[in-house]
Design a protein around this ligand. Sequence first.
Ligand SMILES: Nc1ncnc2c1ncn2[C@@H]1O[C@H](COP(=O)(O)OP(=O)(O)OP(=O)(O)O)[C@@H](O)[C@H]1O
Ligand SMILES: [Mg+2]
Length: 247
Amino acid sequence: MILEERVQERTRHLKVANAELHRTRSTLIQSERLSALGQMASGVTHDFNNTLAGIMGNTQLMLQHVKDEDSRQRLRAVELAARDGAVNVKRIQEFNRINKTDEMAPTDINDIIAATLEVTSPLRKDLPQREGRTITATPRYGDIPPIMGDPADLREVLTNIVLNAVDAMPEGGDITISSWCTDERVFLGITDPGVGIPSAVLDKLFDPFFSTKGPGNSGLGLRVPPDSRSFRRPGIQQPAYRQNDVV
Ligand SMILES: Nc1ncnc2c1ncn2[C@@H]1O[C@H](COP(=O)(O)OP(=O)(O)OP(=O)(O)O)[C@@H](O)[C@H]1O
Ligand SMILES: [Mg+2]
């Protein structure tokens, strides 16, 4: 009897260990896939950049000579598509931290907020307004010391979060962006009164390529780059009624 119990207990332990092994294996496969993808991307993006530069350069040259308005419109469309392609290539490069030098410098988070609000203004305010959505943004600047960070990285992260908020607000509303500090840390908090983030989405929020918005979106907006020093993985406070707070 005692022997039987021991066998049962061992079997239970083995099952738990086996499940753990399976989990570790799939995590490993996932990270290997990502690393292989990164290596492939770094090779392809370099050549693709040259191709796009060629398309853009030649299109611009042709625009100097072509007078027919219909053809000019088509050339401008080609140029715009190549430009959009270059922006996407840049995102892949930044994801892999290719061409990235050490750009950490004393940075005022309040400046990052102000610059982001400025840069996002057309997509955040003007475009939604044309669709009948009034979206406002309220900065609440705290009295905070500078931090060491990469201003371009920080602006990009905040831009992505602000644009996500815009996407999540079909009825418009006010986005608040606050900064504050404790003795040790400076915080940046963003709240939107949008549709909220379901818990199933919360788990995958920071996974690269995860998106609920369909094929037009890369799902790279909230990825956390492997070598991320300018910011920590953000925490999400669970929505209190329909609010999302990213801190
Ligand atoms: N403020 C938010 N409110 C509701 N859902 C959000 C919010 N921010 C992010 N999400 C959810 O998280 C997903 C991942 O966001 P992420 O920014 O990484 O990708 P994306 O916005 O879908 O695509 P991309 O930013 O590359 O255009 C979104 O598809 C959306 O479902
Ligand atoms: Mg996004």
